[in-house]
Design a protein around this ligand. Structure first.
Ligand code: HEC
Length: 251
């Protein structure tokens, strides 16, 4: 009887050990990213970097100085702009943080429901700024002042983001990482399936290269690859379709 209980006792001991080991691992890897590090505004010398490695010759204090610099026309500001320094918006409670300031982003949808960036007219309609998304609130003189065109029916105010903690994985939303992992697996699966089909007609090398091309997002999902393009890709395509088939297809 005594011996029969042994495996269970062993299992209990082992799981106890496992819990201890996992607890130790969890403790070791639980160092949080230093998101709200010490960055006194306008006193870079006393700022403490969050540890992101800088290129040679650069320092966190120098970066902060640039971030807080007030730009003017001589420094290249304009003709349209939103503020004269990064810190004007990224400010609370220390340089780099967020604030209550907003930027306006606008656009509209085309006939197919795709989002289109606006072209903003300036200078009494004589000039235009194409491919906008942000419509700048300010200008260095009256002529380039942007206004939201009436055609832009999608309008949103974007609040200033916190930049502190950027560069650390903690700054990325968990769902983004999960979706990236799912996306990576989906690509691998599609690639393997495409390779299997292609290997029936092509050499393993050709099939591998083409499976990579077809599965890694070079076209949108709804894009129909034409016969000419398929031939260029190296697919054994035949356009010699019997008339009967063509007639059937036109029905
Ligand atoms: C007029 C206000 C304003 C100014 C000035 C400004 N920003 Fe921003 N910043 C924003 C807003 C608003 C967002 C969010 C944009 C969005 O989500 O569409 C943002 C987002 C960011 C982000 C992304 C943060 C994240 O975690 O996603 C970074 C980095 C950034 N800004 C850096 C800068 C730098 C560098 C400068 C100076 C060259 C600057 N910003 C100047 C308003 C501003």
């Amino acid at each position: 009887m005594k011996y029969r209980k042994l495996p269970l006792v062993f299992l209990l001991c082992f799981s106890g050990l496992l819990v201890t080991v996992l607890a130790v691992i969890a403790q070791q890897s639980a160092t949080e990213a230093p998101a709200g590090f010490s960055t006194p505004s306008f006193n870079g010398a006393q700022s403490v970097s969050n540890g992101v490695v800088e290129p040679p010759g650069d320092t966190f204090a120098l970066d902060q100085q640039h971030f807080e610099e007030n730009e003017d026309i001589k420094a290249g500001l304009g003709p349209v702009y939103n503020a004269t320094s990064c810190v004007t918006c990224h400010q609370n409670p220390v340089t780099g943080g967020p604030s209550q300031i907003t930027e306006i982003r606008v656009g509209h949808k085309d006939q197919n429901g795709n989002f289109v960036n606006p072209t903003v007219l300036i200078n009494d309609g004589q000039d235009s700024i194409a491919g906008r998304s942000i419509v700048n609130d300010r200008a260095i003189c009256p002529q380039p002042q942007e206004h939201v065109p009436v055609t832009e029916t999608i309008r949103t105010l974007r609040a200033v983001n916190n930049t502190l903690g950027d560069g650390f994985v903690e700054a990325i939303d968990d769902n983004t990482l999960i979706m990236a992992d799912v996306g990576r697996k989906a690509i691998a699966q599609v690639k393997a399936a495409a390779r299997e089909f292609l290997e029936r007609r092509l050499s393993p090398e050709q099939a591998g290269t083409l499976a990579e091309t077809l599965s890694t997002g070079q076209w949108t999902h709804d894009y129909p690859i034409s016969a000419i393009e398929a031939k260029q890709l190296g697919l054994p395509v035949n356009t010699d379709m019997p008339d009967e088939v063509m007639e059937l297809m036109s029905l």
